[in-house]
Design a protein around this ligand. Structure first.
Ligand SMILES: Nc1ncnc2c1ncn2[C@@H]1O[C@H](COP(=O)(O)OP(=O)(O)OP(=O)(O)O)[C@@H](O)[C@H]1O
Ligand SMILES: [Mg+2]
Length: 157
């Protein structure tokens, strides 16, 4: 074993960077969401990471549009309702916001496991707060805010 070999445990998270781009407007982030949708063959569990206003929900607008599951205007932040469901012809998207969910017990009441199925894609904001979600995720999309309109977006598998 070379000294560069990293031992990884059984779980599937590799942290390999798949894509790395900077967008310069909300429209560009939506367009990126549309191209990204091609990677999202269900079932998938996707974590969206980044500060408030980083662009997570904006990206979901593009993903939902590409799946013909919802229009950009119809995708709004699930801040209070916690889970929004958008059904498309090839997948059902669940857009989830865990910002206000603090304990594993509260998380349990959302029964996210029940939403996972052959044709579902879970798009979860603030999911990294919970360890099991970090372990289970297929993809992580992180956002870094650089100034008013620049967003560095990184996709990891
Ligand atoms: N390059 C960009 N990409 C995405 N959004 C941008 C960009 N430039 C400016 N914005 C603006 O930043 C805001 C992003 O808000 P959005 O709701 O997507 O953030 P969020 O990461 O989901 O935040 P929260 O954690 O509060 O839900 C929007 O007002 C959007 O118009
Ligand atoms: Mg949001």
């Amino acid at each position: 074993m070379s000294r560069y070999t990293v031992r990884v445990s059984q779980h599937k998270v590799s942290n390999r960077v798949l894509q790395d781009i900077t967008t310069h407007s909300a429209e560009e982030t939506i367009a990126f969401g549309r191209t990204l949708a091609g990677l999202l063959v269900p079932p998938k569990l996707v974590l969206l990471r980044g500060d408030l206003g980083a662009g997570k929900t904006t990206l979901v607008k593009g993903i939902a549009r590409e799946f013909e599951a919802a229009s950009e205007e119809d995708v709004t932040s699930p801040t209070f309702t916690l889970v929004h469901e958008y059904r498309g012809p090839t997948a059902t998207l669940y857009h989830i916001d865990l910002y206000r969910v603090d304990t594993p017990r509260e998380l349990e009441t959302l029964a996210l496991d029940d939403l996972r199925s052959e044709n579902s894609i879970l798009l979860i904001e603030w999911g990294e707060k919970f360890r099991w979600l970090s372990m289970e995720r297929d993809l992580e999309i992180s956002f870094e805010r650089n100034g008013e309109t620049d967003r560095a977006i990184r996709v990891r598998v």
